[in-house]
Each structure stands twice: as structure tokens, then as C-alpha cells.
Design a binder for this molecule. Structure first.
Ligand code: HEM
Ligand code: HEM
Ligand SMILES: [Fe+2]
Length: 462
């Protein structure tokens, strides 16, 4: 570690990993409710568990992005983080907010209260006071990182990262805008949901990947920067008007069917570019970095994002197709592989890269970490394929033949069992991953003196 304040990332990653474990375990609970519908129906109803599953996902990914930023900025801008204290206050606010959401939802506290009670828009269910807390934390964060970058060296990585983070924070403000008109409500809801994952988060993804590629492959900065700008340009060109693929059936003008179809089809381009970028960098790179697991996660990230977001997104993005598939298990298939490939793998790549440096050890438990990659990723791919089959049958029976929703669901039971099975693999993989990054490998502990030699090796390669 070259800068002391990079250690802030450690605290963020610890909280993120704890929430990651909670998130995937709740996924398993949901998967079980699908095959055994009365499970926990009094204590933890499906809708509450679902909200905790999706919201904890988003929160730990955000903590991952923030932690990554605190690690990357000092090295890129060649100075310490402006205020470590503010960084920890920001983390404290986010932790309190998260605990507030859990307690409010589990016990349905302050029911109907404007400020304190729960809110019902998918992904934006946090009580208003938590939303305000997130906004305050975001302002603190942007002040802190912008001050760091302004006073330091400016690189393409810091520029793109900051652009993505500013976009993330500004778009969050639309979470506060909830018009009574249901059409407008949905329109602006997507400005947070879609413009995050298919807009500004892609910039964050590209810049974190660029940083990892610089470190892991040792390619020249100029090469990385050219790719970065192409990715940013194609992501924004396609993603902004691509929002139209959510405007087909919510009451907005019909021209969105064409704008949405055409522009969102181009959204595959930045994901293809990120995949090509990562592989070309590895192929061109001269450096043999000891942290192979971080490389596996980085490459896996770009491939699975290409398939989950790019291919599975394109699958149902043309309005003629979406007319039939809208809101079926096809959507859930895509939602899982896209979030997993693009953002889960991205954060786990960064955690894998950073943790050994924080612990000042050789990238230990690499083999276990890579085993976790294959377990989790094959579980996720299997889940996606399962849900895609379920979704195809559902589309045919429900939307074409016209059978009743619940009858069709009953007919899909076999797929839901398989989804639960693949979920078990994902959860076991996730726990293995967390173990592999937090605990030392046996030999390293025993090796004693060898360790300093290994540190040297790692420092040199950093
Ligand atoms: C890191 C891994 C995971 C990610 C990124 C993830 C992501 C998501 C997302 C984005 C949704 C909302 C989907 C939508 O609106 O279409 C969701 C819902 C759900 N997830 Fe996961 N999930 C993960 C792990 C799991 C696991 C291990 C299971 C276990 C079987 C699971 C089961 C479910 C279920 C049953 C739903 C509700 C679907 C519905 O409402 O029909 N998830 N998850
Ligand atoms: C990493 C990037 C992406 C993530 C994390 C993501 C995630 C999601 C999620 C969670 C949903 C369900 C939202 C809901 O209704 O609750 C969704 C819907 C959708 N996504 Fe994506 N997505 C990504 C990229 C893409 C791309 C590139 C395309 C098109 C090429 C696409 C096309 C769609 C479409 C058409 C829907 C609406 C499905 C429906 O009508 O039910 N997505 N996405
Ligand atoms: Fe979208």
C-alpha cells in the first residue's frame, strides 16, 4: 500500500462482504418460498425478503464502488484522500441507514408515516429519512473525492470514475421525485434504475477495470485510456436513449418503441468493448502479477457482463419481443446474470486485488478464491439458463395461449427447484469467497520468514 488513506477501503469492503452474505442467503430464502410458498409467510413475507435481497445487493455494490474509489484515487492522483474522517462518517451514515431499513421493514414500523415509514417503489423502498441519509453521505463522498482529485494528478481513470460517481449521485435525486401520476412515477423511476446500471455505473465499471488492467497486466496507460474513452462514448450514446426500452407499455408515446428498440440494441457495444479490452490488455501485457485470482475475476466480469447484460438484455429489448416477455422469468434471468456479471464480479475483482495488500501478504488463498469464482459463476449461469427456459414456457402459456398466471407458475415448479439448487452453489461459493479473502492460507501463517520475501514480491508488482 503506497498511501495510508487507502486503508479506508478495507472498512468499506468488510461491511460490503457482510451484506453480500446476507443478500445471497435471502436469495435462497426467496428461492425456497417459490417451491414452498408458506415458508416464513408470517415472519418474513416474500415481498419483504425480496426487497431486502435487492436492496442489500445495491447497498453492498455501492459500498464496493466507494471502497474501490478510496483505494484507487490516492494511487491515481498521487496524494492522500482529502479527509479520512469524512470517509468514515460517510460509512457510518450508510450503515445506520441500512440497519434502519431492515428494522423498519421487518417490524413495519411507522406504517404510513411520510418520513419514517416504508415506501413502495421497487429498489427505492427505503424510508424517506434513509433516502435523505444516503443523499447526505453522497454529498460528503463527492466533496471528499472531488477535493482529492482536484488537488492531485488527473488521469483518464480518475476523470471517468468521477464522472460516473457524480452521475450516480445526481441521478439519486430522482428517488425523491414521486409524482402521483403513475406514468410519470415510472418514467422517473427508470432515471434512477436504468440510468444507473446502463449508464453511469458502466463508467464506474470501465474505470475500475482500467485500473485493474493497469496494475495486473502492466500495459501502457495510453492504450488503456483510448479504450476507456471509446467505452464511455458508446455507453452514454446507447444507454441514455436506451431508457426507452422501459417506456413501451407504461403509457408514454408510441415513438419510444422505436427509439428504445434501436438505441438499447446498441447497448451491447460497450459491454463487448469492455470484454475485448480486458482480453487484449492481458494478451498485450508484459507483467506477470502474482494475484491471478484478481485477473480471473476481472476477465470473468467482462465475459459474464457481456452475456448477462448484452446478450440476455438484447434477447428481450426489441418491443416486438418485449410485448410478450415483459415481466416474466426472462426478466429475472437477465436481472441476475447482468447484476452478477457486471457489478458483483467487478467488486469481487477489486476486493480480491485489494485484500492481500491490506493484509500485507502474498495473494493468499488464491486457489480457494478461484474455486469460489467457478462455483458462484457456474451457479449463476445455471440459474440464468433455468429461468430462461421457465420464462420461455411462461411467455408461451401465459401470454400467447392465455392460461392463468398461477396455473402457469405451478407448471414451472421443476425449474424453480433447479433455481433453488443453483442458488445453493452460489451461496456456498460466496461464503468460500469471503473466507478466502479474510483469512490467511495455512502455509503462509506457518511460513514465518518467507513472508517478508513474499511482501517484497507483491510490493514490486503493485
Ligand atoms: C450475487 C448473486 C445475486 C444477484 C446479483 C441477485 C440479483 C437479483 C435481482 C436484481 C433481483 C430482482 C430481479 C428482477 O426484478 O427481475 C433478484 C430477485 C430474486 N432473486 Fe436474486 N440475486 C442473487 C442471488 C440469488 C440467489 C442465490 C437466489 C437463490 C435461489 C436468488 C433468488 C431470487 C429470487 C427468488 C428473486 C425474486 C424473483 C421474483 O420476484 O420473481 N437470488 N435477485
Ligand atoms: C449491467 C447492466 C444491466 C443490469 C444490471 C440490468 C438489470 C436489469 C433488471 C434488474 C431488470 C428488471 C427491472 C425491473 O423491472 O424490476 C432489467 C430489465 C430490463 N433490461 Fe436490463 N440490465 C442491464 C443491462 C441491460 C441491457 C444492456 C439491455 C439491452 C440490451 C437490457 C434490457 C432490459 C430490458 C428490455 C428490461 C425490461 C424487461 C421487462 O420488460 O420486464 N438490460 N434489467
Ligand atoms: Fe434498461
Amino acid at each position: 500500500m503506497k498511501y495510508q488513506t487507502q486503508r479506508i477501503a478495507y472498512a468499506y469492503f468488510l461491511v460490503a462482504m457482510a451484506l453480500f452474505a446476507v443478500q445471497v442467503t435471502l436469495g435462497l430464502v426467496l428461492g425456497w418460498i417459490y417451491v414452498s410458498p408458506n415458508f416464513l409467510s408470517e415472519l418474513l413475507p416474500f415481498n419483504i425478503a425480496r426487497m431486502l435481497h435487492t436492496n442489500s445487493l445495491v447497498v453492498w455494490l455501492l459500498l464496493g464502488f466507494f471502497g474501490a474509489t478510496y483505494y484507487i484515487l490516492p494511487e491515481e492522483s498521487e496524494r492522500e484522500i482529502h479527509s479520512p474522517l469524512l470517509a468514515y462518517i460517510q460509512l457510518g451514515i450508510l450503515v445506520i441507514g441500512t440497519a434502519g431499513v431492515v428494522v423498519t421493514y421487518l417490524f413495519d414500523l411507522f406504517h404510513g408515516n411520510w418520513l419514517l415509514g416504508k415506501e413502495g417503489r421497487e429498489f427505492l423502498e427505503q424510508p424517506k429519512w434513509v433516502k435523505i441519509g444516503i443523499a447526505v453521505a453522497a454529498v460528503i463522498f463527492m466533496y471528499n473525492v472531488s477535493m482529492t482529485v482536484l488537488k492531485g494528478r488527473k488521469t483518464a481513470v480518475t476523470n471517468v470514475l468521477l464522472m460516473g460517481l457524480w452521475g450516480l449521485v445526481l441521478l439519486w435525486l430522482f428517488a425523491f421525485y414521486n409524482p402521483a401520476n403513475l406514468v410519470l412515477d415510472k418514467q422517473y423511476w427508470w432515471w434512477v434504475i436504468h440510468l444507473w446500471v446502463e449508464g453511469v455505473w458502466e463508467l464506474i465499471m470501465a474505470s475500475i477495470l482500467a485500473f485493474l488492467m493497469l496494475k495486473l497486466t502492466g500495459v501502457d496507460r495510453e492504450v488503456v485510456e483510448k479504450w476507456l474513452y471509446v467505452i464511455v462514448a458508446t455507453a452514454l450514446f446507447s444507454g441514455i436513449l436506451g431508457t426507452g426500452h422501459h417506456y413501451y407499455w407504461i403509457g408514454l408515446p408510441g415513438y419510444w418503441q422505436w427509439i428504445g428498440s434501436i438505441f438499447s440494441s446498441f447497448e451491447i457495444v460497450p459491454f463487448f468493448a469492455m470484454m475485448s479490452f480486458a482480453f487484449v490488455m492481458v494478451w498485450k501485457g508484459r507483467r506477470d502479477h502474482p494475484n491471478k485470482a484478481a485477473l480471473v475475476w476481472s476477465l470473468g466480469c467482462t465475459v459474464l457482463a457481456f452475456f448477462g447484460a448484452g446478450v440476455w438484455g438484447f434477447l428481450h429489448t426489441l418491443h416486438g419481443v418485449n410485448y410478450y416477455t415483459h415481466g416474466t422469468q426472462i426478466t429475472a434471468a437477465h436481472g441476475h446474470l447482468s447484476f452478477y456479471g457486471a457489478y458483483v464480479c467487478l467488486v469481487l475483482a477489486m476486493v480480491t486485488f485489494v485484500m492481500p495488500i491490506m493484509k500485507n501478504r502474498d495473494p493468499y488463498n488464491q486457489v480457494l478464491n478461484m474455486a469460489a469464482f467457478w462455483l458462484m459463476s457456474s451457479g449463476m449461469v445455471f440459474m440464468t439458463v433455468t429461468l430462461t427456459f421457465a420464462g420461455a414456457i411462461q411467455t408461451q402459456m401465459q401470454r400467447v395461449v392465455g392460461d392463468y398466471f398461477m396455473d402457469v407458475q405451478d407448471g414451472l415448479a421443476l425449474f424453480f427447484w433447479m433455481r433453488f439448487g443453483s442458488g445453493v452453489f452460489v451461496v456456498v461459493g460466496a461464503l468460500l469467497f469471503i473466507y478466502s479473502v479474510l483469512f490467511p492460507r495455512r502455509e503462509v501463517v506457518d511460513a514465518g520468514p518467507v513472508q517478508s520475501h513474499r511482501d517484497g514480491h507483491l510490493e514490486a508488482a503493485e
